[in-house]
Design a binder for this molecule. Structure first.
Ligand code: GAL
Length: 375
């Protein structure tokens, strides 16, 4: 009896000791099975007391950034310890499926639709064998946060719809606009004035790096890198979150922003993005606005200190409002490892707001209590 008791005690203490009690940005992050979490380019849904982390399930080696398996999901009550819930959107074996093995599926974000009671997943989809040319936003749906999600369809958003407040004169192409030299001042002005919006008007606008955001009034938005990644588009979703209304705006035209992540604090919307250097890190940017549809004000690099010019060797993916703690927001970013994508790391850092500007400071280790004390 005594022996059994001490075995139970030591088992409990092993479990207790192996639990994560803090965030350790960039370090191996083991799930509750002791395996490094595999949920890259991820986003988080908080639902009925549980956090669900959805991400790209990467594989080893050079092909590890193409989608061979699907999107993973992990669940947690405390944000430190994550249980693997398996693959929630599986790539399909049908070679004619848009999500067939070898396509590229990135940056899944899940939101809950109160009216339909459905969980809606949006993601970036590139069709097999077409590199990054398809530039589509895709949507899948589930009755359960743990999936399985069913792929519904993919879009080039805003086909044959001009953005809100778009000037009449920008609807018509000028004679030699396609001959302008890339990055010349004339070309930048032409981009600003809708050169690529016009180019993609009939086909629908491009959608690569993306996030989704549900506002306090339950309206949802897809925020996506468009126009050859030169301009972000913010596109309102229909009430069922499965399609687009005709309301959309452009943000930071010709500003070359990727990896958008958004949050709202005290009535102000903030966005953090990256520049466009593929898997290599670059300097993050930040913006604020009084309305999700803009206009957005540029606030510069939110990172401070060592490696701030490289976003601490990472790229934004999501900003998580901590449940029940109105003032706490966590910046989530990926430290990509293109040579072996499965080893990619996660950089989670607390966001401080100073003079209506988001600030990100490196921390080797931190937890939600130390975060609260710093505020
Ligand atoms: C990054 C982007 C990633 C992925 C990668 C491909 O800039 O943020 O999500 O698309 O390019 O090179």
């Amino acid at each position: 009896m005594r022996l059994q008791y001490s075995i139970i005690i030591s088992l409990i203490s092993i479990i207790m000791f192996s639990q994560n009690k803090e965030f350790a940005p960039g370090k191996e992050w083991k799930d509750t099975d002791g395996v490094h979490i595999n949920a890259h380019g991820g986003g988080i849904l908080f639902d009925a007391g549980t956090y669900y982390w959805y991400g790209e399930y990467k594989t080893s080696g050079k092909s590890g950034n193409t989608s061979l398996i699907g999107f993973s999901c992990y669940s947690s009550k405390d944000l430190y310890n994550w249980k693997n819930e398996g693959i929630v959107l599986k790539i399909e074996s049908d070679p004619n499926s848009e999500i067939t093995k070898g396509c590229v599926m990135e940056r899944p974000k899940v939101i809950f639709n109160k009216k339909s009671g459905k969980y809606i997943m949006w993601f970036h989809l590139e069709l097999k064998g077409q590199g990054y040319n398809a530039a589509k936003a895709a949507v899948a749906v589930s009755d359960n946060p743990k999936g399985p999600f069913k792929f519904l369809k993919s879009y080039r958003p805003n086909k044959r719809v001009w953005p809100m407040g778009y000037k009449e004169e920008f609807k018509i192409a000028s004679a030699n606009e396609n001959q302008l030299k890339s990055w010349s001042p004339e070309w930048l002005t032409a981009i600003n004035n809708g050169l690529l919006v016009r180019r993609d008007f009939n086909k629908g606008q491009m959608s690569r790096d993306m996030t989704v955001y549900v506002d306090d009034d339950e309206k949802a938005y897809l925020i996506h890198s468009s126009e050859d990644n030169l301009t972000l588009h913010i596109s309102e979703l229909t009430d069922d979150y499965l399609d687009f209304t005709e309301k959309w705006t452009r943000m930071a035209p010709a500003g070359h922003n990727e990896a958008p992540a958004i949050f709202k604090k005290e009535g102000i919307y903030y966005m953090i993005t990256s520049g466009c250097t593929g898997w290599d890190p670059n300097e993050a940017r930040s913006f604020s606005s009084k309305s999700v549809l803009g206009p957005w004000k540029s606030l510069g690099n939110p990172c401070v200190g060592k490696d701030s010019e490289l976003t601490f060797h990472s790229q934004s993916t999501y900003i998580l409002p901590v449940s029940g703690k109105k003032e706490q927001f966590i910046f989530m970013a990926d430290r990509w490892k293109p040579e072996n994508p499965i080893d990619g790391g996660y950089i989670w850092l607390p966001i401080k707001i100073s003079n209506e500007k988001p600030i990100l400071e490196w921390a080797d280790k931190w937890n939600l209590n130390s975060f609260a004390e710093k505020q």
